[in-house]
Design a protein. Structure first.
Length: 150
């Protein structure tokens, strides 16, 4: 009888571990989607009519070290958070994803408002909107992550 109870408890622990891994994997994948979406944003923004015209006329903005640094930052943060999602303890991973997801949502909403104001193409605005949706989904998954039973 005691062995059956121990086996049942071990099976429950194993199932909860698998469930946690499923949540961690989902969130890590969302951060990798952020990276791909940002790469698409860079490509789309370079193809904007205003950007092309500025390059042809020689009035294109010079890429500064600060802008290069921000690009590297926006590529590295999702990669780092994806890795941390899989390696941090459950509570730390959950809160990290929740907080950074909110920060990315705010950043992307601001970018979307800016793109709308400067008359960016529908494709670019859709790309930014997709990033907002992925960021919100990341926040939602982090919030809904099942709490571990004591």
């Amino acid at each position: 009888m005691a062995t059956m109870a121990a086996d049942l408890k071990k099976q429950t622990v194993d199932q909860s571990g698998v469930e946690v891994l499923r949540w961690k994997t989902r969130i890590a994948l969302l951060w990798l989607i952020h990276m791909a979406n940002f790469a698409a944003y860079l490509i789309l923004s370079s193809m904007e009519p205003n950007a092309i015209a500025a390059r042809q006329s020689g009035t294109a903005q010079v890429v500064t070290d600060a802008s290069r640094l921000s690009i590297v930052f926006l590529f590295c943060v999702p990669w780092l958070i994806a890795w941390l999602s899989l390696t941090l303890k459950d509570t730390a991973s959950r809160w990290t994803n929740f907080v950074v997801g909110i920060l990315f949502t705010v950043l992307l909403v601001g970018t979307l408002i800016s793109a709308q104001a400067r008359g960016a193409s529908v494709a670019l605005r859709f790309n930014i909107f997709t990033g907002c949706a992925v960021a919100l989904l990341t926040v939602w998954y982090a919030w809904k992550w099942p709490k571990q039973q004591g």
